[in-house]
Ligand binder design. Structure first.
Ligand SMILES: [Zn+2]
Length: 140
C-alpha cells in the first residue's frame, strides 16, 4: 500500500494548514489509483464548511466544482489537518471519509495516510516524489 505525492503538494498542504489554523484544513487529492496504490497528480484546496478545529466537511458546491474541473480523472483521497491532535482518523473522520480511498492527515506528529481495509484502519506508506502536482485553490 502506497500513496505517491509530489513534494510541492506536501509543502502547499503544510502551508495551507498553517494559514487556516486553528480551523482544520481540507483538500481533495486527484489522480490515479489501482487497488491500494495511488498516485496524486493534483491537489484542490477547499474550505472546511464547518469552520471547526475538530471536524470538517466539504460543501456540495466545492465538490461539484472539483468534479467538473478534473474531467476524466478521479478523486482518490482526501486531506485534512489536525491542528491540535495526532495524525490519526477520529470517529467523526470515519463517518465522513469512508467514501474516499486514501485519507491523508497532517497532525502535530506529522503527515500520515490511512485507508479502510475490511473495516480496519490501516496505515498507507506515503512516498514523496520530486515532480510537480497541479495546485488549485477552489474559490468561494
Ligand atoms: Zn480528523
Amino acid at each position: 500500500m502506497e500513496l505517491k505525492i509530489c513534494r510541492n503538494a506536501v509543502e502547499l498542504l503544510k502551508r495551507y494548514s498553517d494559514e487556516v489554523a486553528p480551523v482544520e484544513a481540507v483538500a481533495l487529492l486527484v489522480g490515479k489509483a489501482s487497488g491500494l496504490y495511488g498516485e496524486v497528480d493534483a491537489i484542490y484546496l477547499v474550505s472546511n464548511e464547518r469552520r471547526s478545529s475538530s471536524s470538517f466537511s466539504v460543501s456540495p458546491e466545492d465538490l461539484a466544482f472539483v468534479a467538473r474541473d478534473i474531467g476524466e480523472r478521479d478523486i482518490i483521497g482526501i486531506f485534512h489537518s489536525h491542528p491540535f491532535w495526532k495524525a490519526y482518523p477520529s470517529s467523526a473522520d470515519m463517518r465522513y471519509m469512508w467514501g474516499y480511498k486514501f485519507w491523508l492527515i497532517l497532525g502535530v506528529d506529522g503527515l500520515r495516510c490511512f485507508t479502510l481495509l475490511e473495516e480496519d484502519i490501516v496505515e498507507v506508506n506515503v512516498k514523496m516524489e520530486e515532480r510537480q502536482c497541479d495546485l488549485i485553490k477552489v474559490k468561494k
